[in-house]
Design a protein around this ligand. Sequence first.
Ligand code: ADP
Ligand code: MG
Length: 454
Amino acid sequence: MMDKKQIWQAVLGEIEVTISKSHFVTWFSNTYIASIEDGQVVIAVPHGFSKEWLENKYDKFIRESLAKHCGEITSIEYRVASQERGCSDGMGSVKQENRMPSLATLPTGVFGLYETNLNSRYTFDNHIIGSHNELARAACESVAEDPGNKYNPLFIYGGVGLGKTHLLQAIGNHVLRQERGDRVKYVTSEKFTTELVDSIRRQNIDLFKKTYREIDILLIDDIQFVGGKEKTQEELFHLFNALYQQNKQIVFCSDRPPRSIATLEERLRSRFEGGMIVDIVRPDLETKVAILSEKCRMLNFPASYEALEYIAQNIQSNVRELEGALNRFIATCQLKKISPNLESAITVLDPHFQKTPVDVLTPKKIIEAVSSYYNIPAEEIIGKGRRGNVVRPRQMAVFLIRTATRMSYPCIGKELGGRDHTTIMHAFKKAEEEMERNDMFEQEILSIKERFLL
Ligand code: ADP
Ligand code: MG
């Protein structure tokens, strides 16, 4: 029987494969099951924000996933961990309200600025090396051993779910474990922007700057999202210079190389390119099997080689999904007390794998994928605006929808904010032309497919 921790691990595994990495880190870090009794579950969360989000956005998912692993759930309560310990921080009133707390209700000051944001679950010990990530791993270890002196900045890029965040966090955890007193901070570029905006609103930007300039090892994840954010880029540029001059280590992760981050200021791009750039590619079959068997070894789960090979063969895209499938397999085997061989793997996972991309691809998903890739809100892609940088993503969306779903032009028009079918036809033709003569266009279509739609 799984214990609380294992159950939550399995639930997280499932959630992780379905939501964006940044959301996952933001909303699920430091959550755990505080208690389960007669179908009543209490989930501890680190702060009011994640409570609101889990309640409003992920409750259904969590409920279903929990039910799979531990039978019927009668109620779920999300409880802020510090409140549980009886600590009153003036946010008690927020608890009763059924909406996101407005900024004004939060304590003033630098909310969260001093947090390392590290999750101890990501270490080098449980990071598996394969030919696809060897170089990145070596660079990260070397940086963790001797921060500021080797590869500075270190820039890691690669597709979704290939272990970038894991490595970035592992650097931080390793450094902390050395106990040299280094100040480490992990932050996603989105969170960096939010903190910056908050500090401007609260008129304590100096404190923001000071805090960041005192960091010894700064780990910035998903840096591709600074594209187009001028103020963030400006702050980042000055911060970078300040830290760099003092030999402080900076590491960036991105889903694409610096030159492919659209609307990145030249001066930042050249900073990023001034250090070491390494990529992580998709693991090959052998590596995927190795990753799975290593995970089984760590979890002390005796899966057969054939079962793992079956999983590896059926998951092309990334390690996150490998993990998700493995977690599902483990949980089901334990729950139903079946032996973890090839036959069970097929029984458990085949229905799951049967959902080929073509079946599940919907216009909505495609629009969301395009939206994530370009960091433009879906509403804008659907909307009527013709701002320069939305036209091309819109064409891509039309192209992808048409080729993936074979929907008629009028239907696509409906999905895209009620556009006329001739407009859609025109956009499709335009995209086809671009595909023919513009390598970048084709490359971007491929990246979107690879990263979000496979
Ligand atoms: P990314 O940031 O590149 O999108 P993550 O670091 O979030 O990917 O990795 C997704 C999941 O896969 C995480 O749970 C991570 O621990 C796991 N993972 C990825 N690569 C490896 C690896 N080489 N060894 C062990 N676990 C891995
Ligand atoms: Mg990541």
